[in-house]
Design a protein around this ligand. Structure first.
Ligand code: GUN
Ligand code: ZN
Length: 432
């Protein structure tokens, strides 16, 4: 049976960074028709009600119906160590992250944390994750199994580390990384709504041999995405320079091994040289901005205004557990704050686009998810724009949709998520 959802609707006909806030389409009394897991129609409530009299109606009143959020870079295995105190990147990895990731040799633990990560992110309105797993193939199996149970579109890959900069017990080899990644890719890539992502963690924890092996795997499977980290902290960049003395820059450590291309997702990308920026634009790679992580770990201020002006493909992400929140609302707020610190106020339309269609575009899934449009998969978040007394009183003064949304962007959390739909089915409360 078809479902007709009533509420305010927000969709995009273009990229607001290129076209301005007019790229957003807002319907105050709108409706979304869902049939067979997809959006079958979208428009004014009156027209859709008349056209689809037999559809089952769910009326969300003044709540905002949006595409579900897309988190383009996160580490589900770091769910339990979110908000760990006092370290910068390399110490944070050694003190908190690597010890926790060792636990994922246990498939039962991996399943339990994957389930928890999906429950937490769904409760925050996030319907697609692009996650790193750990070096253990079991951790990838756990992620995809839990995603499949929930019917989610989801992406992940086995994190590869073969250098002695990673601790004993958390290392693979160039060959085993290639073999395990290939086997997992063949099992999971394109199965239902799942996608495999080739995942060298970052240059400092891989040997050139491993980077080459994964570059070769990517060349054999160019329809897969490849994710890694790039230029997150200055200490990290100096470390890369010492480990790869002949590389022109950090990006070159990937480029020289076949790991630079259009399906490449480069997390953080804060301290880029002009050569790196030019190459990333030239190949149309994706830069993934992780603002709560960048402030929490003290990494730096991503140049959103500059990089979008030069046409770079940018997505938005939590980077949990380096990021300090599972919420893409909180993540939009942090992106706004970083923009302000760089002297540029991001428009709410730009922030919302980044958290939905922009991230989907960065993951090259924008023809499937991240927007309300006919034919798109029906992954939706329904947002209460008055979810707390503080938000309610600020939004009460709004004269435009953007003034109504912005208090929720800045102060909203999981309490603002009224409902979530995945593949055309409502996620039960309590389950999300
Ligand atoms: N660089 C390499 N690994 C990681 C990670 O797990 N988190 C973050 N924030 N940066 C990284
Ligand atoms: Zn990361």
């Amino acid at each position: 049976m078809a479902d007709l959802l009533l509420g305010q609707t927000l969709s995009f006909s273009a990229d607001p960074f290129a076209e301005g806030a007019g790229a957003a389409r807002h319907e105050r009394q709108g409706a979304v028709l869902i049939e067979d897991g997809r959006i079958a129609d979208l428009g004014p409530a009156d027209r859709l009600r008349a056209a689809h009299p037999r559809a089952r109606v769910t009326d969300y009143g003044a709540a905002l119906i949006s595409a579900g959020f897309v988190d383009a870079h996160m580490h589900y295995p770091q769910t339990a160590i979110i908000a760990s105190w006092g370290k910068r990147l390399i110490d944070w990895l050694n003190s908190y992250t690597f010890p926790e990731e060792m636990r994922f040799a246990d498939p039962a633990y991996a399943r339990a944390v994957a389930a928890r990560a999906f429950d937490l992110t769904l409760a925050n309105g996030t319907t697609t994750l692009c996650s790193y797993a750990t070096i253990h193939p079991e951790s990838v199996e756990a992620f995809f199994t839990e995603a499949e149970v929930r019917g989610l579109r989801a992406l992940a890959g086995k994190t590869c580390m073969d250098r002695d900069t990673a601790p004993e017990g958390l290392r693979d080899t160039a060959q085993s990384a290639y073999d395990d990644s290939k086997r997992l890719l063949e099992t999971w890539h394109g199965r239902g709504r799942l996608g495999y992502v080739i995942t060298p963690r970052f240059s400092p924890t891989s040997t050139p041999d491993q980077l080459s092996a994964l570059g070769a795997l990517w060349a054999e499977h160019p329809d897969c995405l490849m994710q890694t980290h790039l230029s997150e902290q200055l200490d990290e960049i100096a470390w890369v320079k010492s480990l790869y003395p002949t590389a022109r820059d950090y990006l070159d450590t990937y480029e020289a091994h076949g790991l630079l291309g259009p399906g490449g997702l480069y997390g953080h990308a804060i301290h880029l040289t002009s050569r790196e920026k030019a190459r990333l634009a030239e190949v149309d790679a994706s830069l993934i901005h992780c603002p709560t992580s960048n402030t929490f770990i003290g990494s730096g201020l991503f140049d959103m205004a500059g990089l979008t002006a030069t046409g770079h493909r940018v997505g938005l992400a939590t980077d949990t557990g380096g990021g300090s929140s599972f919420s893409m609302l909180r993540t939009m707020a942090a992106a706004y704050e970083i923009g302000q610190l760089r002297g540029h106020a991001l428009h709410p339309a730009e922030l919302w686009w980044l958290a939905t269609q922009g991230s989907a575009r960065a993951l090259r899934l924008d023809d499937k998810i991240g927007n309300l449009a006919k034919g798109m998969e029906a992954d939706l978040a329904v947002i209460d724009l008055a979810s707390t007394p503080a938000i309610e009183q600020a939004a009460a003064r709004a004269e435009t949709i953007w003034e109504a949304i912005f208090p929720t962007i800045m102060m909203g959390d999981d309490r603002a998520i009224r409902a979530v739909w995945v593949g055309g089915t409502p996620v039960a409360k309590g389950q999300a």
